[in-house]
Structure formats: structure tokens, C-alpha cells
Design a protein around this ligand. Structure first.
Ligand code: ADP
Ligand code: MG
Length: 263
């Protein structure tokens, strides 16, 4: 390894955004988050795991600017960048073609079809759907719909991609293919990803870092680094680092859940 490579590895990643002491109480009195501290570093793949109701979606929605903290602060390094958001459901417009679905974020910014075309075609090629531009959502499998949703989220090339349990409804094989494609895309585009999942295995496979949350009230209770190179394939699942990190993450998750039960 060259000296330059060593230097790059040890340089701390710049902070993209940090949540400090962020709480969220909904008007009905539900405390969704209580004093959450969370830092997202530029270029990392960060997963949030935790039981239902621990505020994972609320935290993502705050990063997206869709909901405001009741107290605490969200600070961006510089201005808030363009953000892509992928939900558990692909949320495609059923009456519109794949092409027109992916056009939407551009259209909302006043970019006409002709100008948008190469960008839409690029985004569809990234997710392997270049030949499905004229198809309609009803003609696609669940995995393909999710690919369209990802293409739509990436068409503006956002530096930050937020994903809220995007693969939870997919079968195992489709899910693992999408995991690999997502990992490759995030690396190629240099996209920072904040990924919410229920699956310890998925979080360890994909992430550089995992934050474990507990519910009632929602908060961060543990943090783990996945000490492995970012470039991974199925072989990673058979390594000691993978097994050991899954074990640690499961333990932290169980502790978070039993703490919740004890309340
Ligand atoms: P998670 O995504 O981890 O399952 P959420 O962020 O969706 O958790 O929700 C955290 C808590 O806040 C839950 O108890 C949920 O019922 C509650 N909650 C979420 N959104 C609202 C809302 N708009 N109004 C009232 N309560 C909400
Ligand atoms: Mg949720």
C-alpha cells in the first residue's frame, strides 16, 4: 500500500450532518425520539436498526426535512444537499411509464422531457432497467419496481440517499441482488447512504457503521463499526468479521429490545 493510501484511510471522514439532542414529540403526546445524537459522515453507509416504533422513520424524515425536531438541532456541513428518499413501498405512479416515473423529480424542477432523457436513461441503466423505460409498474415484479424507485431517487445524483426498509417486502434472492447493486452504486457514485432495516444480517452486509436504537422513547443505544473493506460480495458472509459483527449487532439489538420490555 502506498503512503497516500494509508493517509486516506486514516483521515477522518468529514461530517455531512449531525443531529444533536434531537427529540420529537407528536401532537398526540407520543415521544418518537428522545435526545438522539447521530452523526452522518460523508461517504459512509450507515444503517439504523431497532425495534418497531423506535423512531427510525422519524429520524430519516427529519434528515429529509419532512418533519422538524421538537427540540435539539440538525446541522449540515454547508447547505443541505439534494437528498434521495426510498420508501418500503416503491410508491410509483401506476398510470405513468417507468420513464415518466423516473422523470418526476426532474419534472418537479422544471426540466423538460428532452433535457431529462439522457439522465433518466442513465438512472435506468444504473439499476439494470434500460430496456423497461416504456413499461408500466403493473408489468414489473416487486424487485423491478424497487429498482425503478431507486432510479427515481438517484436521477438527481443526490449526495445523500435515505432508505427506509426498502427491501423488506422482497424475497431473499431479490433482496440480496439489490443489496449488491446498491452497494456497487453507492460506491460508484460516492453516495452517502442512511439505511433503515430490521435485519441485522442486511445491515452488517451493507454498512460501514451501524447504530442500534431502542424504543419508548426512541434513542440510540449502541454503535458498531463493520471493520471490513467496503467492496464486498457473497463471500463476505462467510468471513469471521461478518459472523462476529452479526453476533455483536444481534446482542445489542436484543439488549435494546429487552430494555424496552422492562419498561
Ligand atoms: P420506526 O420507524 O422505528 O418503526 P417511527 O419513527 O415510525 O418508528 O415512529 C416512532 C413512534 O412515533 C411510534 O410510536 C409511532 O407510532 C409514533 N409516530 C410516528 N409518526 C407519528 C405521527 N405522525 N403522529 C403520532 N405518532 C407518530
Ligand atoms: Mg419505520
Amino acid at each position: 500500500m502506498t503512503d497516500a493510501a494509508v493517509e486516506v484511510r486514516h483521515r477522518p471522514a468529514p461530517v455531512l450532518v449531525s443531529l444533536r439532542g434531537v427529540s420529537k414529540t407528536f401532537p398526540n403526546g407520543t415521544v418518537a425520539l428522545s435526545r438522539l445524537d447521530l452523526t452522518v459522515q460523508a461517504g459512509e453507509f450507515l444503517s439504523l436498526i431497532g425495534p418497531s416504533g423506535c423512531g427510525k422513520s422519524t429520524a430519516l424524515r427529519m434528515l429529509a426535512g419532512l418533519t422538524e425536531p421538537s427540540t435539539g438541532a440538525i446541522s449540515w456541513t454547508g447547505t443541505r444537499p439534494e437528498i434521495g428518499f426510498v420508501f418500503q413501498e416503491p410508491t410509483l405512479m401506476p398510470w405513468a411509464s417507468v420513464f415518466n416515473n423516473v422523470w418526476l423529480p426532474l419534472r418537479l424542477r422544471g426540466i423538460g422531457k428532452a433535457e431529462a432523457r439522457p439522465r433518466i436513461e442513465d438512472a435506468l441503466a444504473m439499476v439494470g432497467l434500460e430496456s423497461f423505460a416504456a413499461s408500466y409498474p403493473r408489468e414489473l415484479s416487486g424487485g423491478m419496481k424497487m429498482r425503478v424507485s431507486i432510479a427515481r431517487a438517484l436521477v438527481l445524483r443526490p449526495p445523500l440517499l435515505l432508505m427506509d426498509e426498502p427491501f423488506a417486502a422482497l424475497d431473499e434472492i431479490t433482496r440480496s441482488r439489490l443489496n449488491d447493486d446498491l452497494m456497487r452504486l453507492a460506491a460508484e457514485l460516492g453516495t452517502t447512504v442512511v439505511f433503515v432495516t430490521h435485519s441485522v444480517y442486511e445491515s452488517v452486509y451493507l454498512s460501514s457503521r451501524i447504530v442500534v436504537m431502542a424504543a419508548r422513547p426512541g434513542r440510540a443505544v449502541a454503535e458498531l463499526a463493520v471493520e471490513a473493506p467496503r467492496e464486498r460480495d457473497e463471500d463476505f458472509r462467510t468471513t469471521p468479521v461478518y459472523a462476529e459483527t452479526c453476533r455483536r449487532a444481534s446482542r445489542a439489538l436484543h439488549a435494546a429490545m429487552s430494555g424496552q420490555d422492562a419498561l
